[in-house]
Design a protein around this ligand. Sequence first.
Ligand code: BGC
Ligand code: BGC
Length: 601
Amino acid sequence: MTTAFMRSLVAGIFIVAAAAGHAAPLFSGHDEQVNALLAQMTLDEKIGQMTQPDLACVTNFADIRTYAFGSMLNGGGDKPAGDNNPANWLRTMNELQSWALRSRLKIPLLYGIDAVHGNNDVAGTVIFPHHLGLGATRNARLVEQAEHITALETAGAGMRWAFAPCVTVPQDIRWGRTYEGYSSDPQLVSALGAAAIRGLQGDALSAKPDSVLACAKHFVGDGGTLDGRDEGNTVCDETALRELHLPPYRAAIRAGVGSIMVSYSSWNGLKMHANKYLLTDVLKGELGFQGFLVSDWAAIDQISPDYKKDVELSINAGLDLVMIPKGPGKPNNYLEFMQDLKELVTEGKVPVSRIDDAVRRILRIKFQLGLFENPYTDPALTAQIGSPEHRAVARECVRESLVLLKNDRHALPLSKHLKHLAVIGAAADDLKIQCGGWTVSWQGDGQLTRGTTILAAIRQTVSPDTRITFSPDGRDLKDADAVIAVIGEPPYAESYGDRTNLDLSAGDAALLATARAAGAPVTTILLSGRPLLLGSALDQSDAFLAAWLPGTEGQGVADVLFGDAKPTGKLPRPWPANDHQFAVNRAFGPPRFPYGFGLTY
Ligand code: BGC
Ligand code: BGC
């Protein structure tokens, strides 16, 4: 029997089990251990398990022992003290764990990190294309493979929990997080999200050292906000919410996802973190989700001006674990959270049964991951981080993610034997633009990681007789036999990427005009987290490739430029013709390129 066949069989069993209202088999088997442990826990210890401080706000690691935190997290760009290299991460993770194991009940700590396109906070890891590019591959098998490598590189740095995959279904490209979603189509997001979960966790979450807890996020409707505003309000009726934004969660639960992150956004004006109907009745009840629910970063703080009320509303709504960074002027926010929750239980405002349910869910995952027997990472995994084998898979992802939008006069593939090839545009030699946000630093604009730029990849691909000139501003075009122009968006993450204007930058437009004037065939490569309005850029290019945010393996781009791999990518969302089409909306005429468009040569 093939594994694919067995998997579909297993998936089938899940559907049947869920429909019959049974617990998903993935989460059975540890009830006795969980209950025995729970019976020994004080209220403080239970609340500790529900507390997840950010690494940067725990200045004294002894607090991990004192308060018996259930989890800690790596805010985007957080780093351990000392060098940013895998060995130092591993050492730090082990140190945190050793403090947890000194607490009274020795419950291991579960550390979470935004490994959203590879284990991207750790320098030297392989960086995969962001989700939108993977959406263009339409290749669930490849996504699963990529996420398995992410699992290896996450576990190898000492963490067993990735805040991924993002299964948002972005509807409006003004949203700065558009690239975190595979597609505007819920079916494609569902298929690739489930594949990603299998890649991270394995066929089931387990004690295998490379089984890493996945986290589907952000529940629910984060991609449906008005005008694409980050953390905004999704206004629609329940039927629309269920058709557009809920399907990826059904698929994620079927794939056995162990955690789900709640969205900052609101649905019809109510903050998701306070929405008991969706968190408890729909997700945990109707959909049978048995893992735990984690908040987003300081997200409960947005429910009301009264923090204690926020704790009450969110925990009663069904939240199990609360992400707590430093607040303005509040270095030890976690103490306030724990104090408030304890008072709420004592006052009878949060039932003990709710606390027990949350702690059971968290402990069950820790048993499933085998953390009690093996709290420390297998160091054999650390050596594999950033290996050539891992990079080869990312290169394959890049090849398959490129979407060819135009190819006149057979501009592509380019010959490897041209006399003079002119490469223009600063983005051709800029790993930060190539990787985008969530790369080493939160905004992707900080420390550089290791990788191959598109320019370096072109140099490695053409014959030694080809003269390559590189000019960021397109000055050096004389006698060029062909021009490759690389343009794109600077890196951004979250609300920093929200835009109302999605025209190409004036600099990029000018660059292409210069390229056209040179007379040689022009191939344009666009690096961006979303479609942009192309204006005259298409007319000025003979060939045009949408390359999204490909990550560290620029060689995958050169493979397609020079014919070592044919372009196969298909648009994962429609490409707008004008600024009335930023939101997926057929009412405003046909898009410039429809969903699914993509040429080959
Ligand atoms: C983001 C999440 C992320 C979390 C932790 C939040 O601001 O919305 O996607 O997982 O921070 O860094
Ligand atoms: C991000 C964190 C980041 C922080 C910086 C949050 O919204 O998700 O990961 O470190 O903002 O303030």
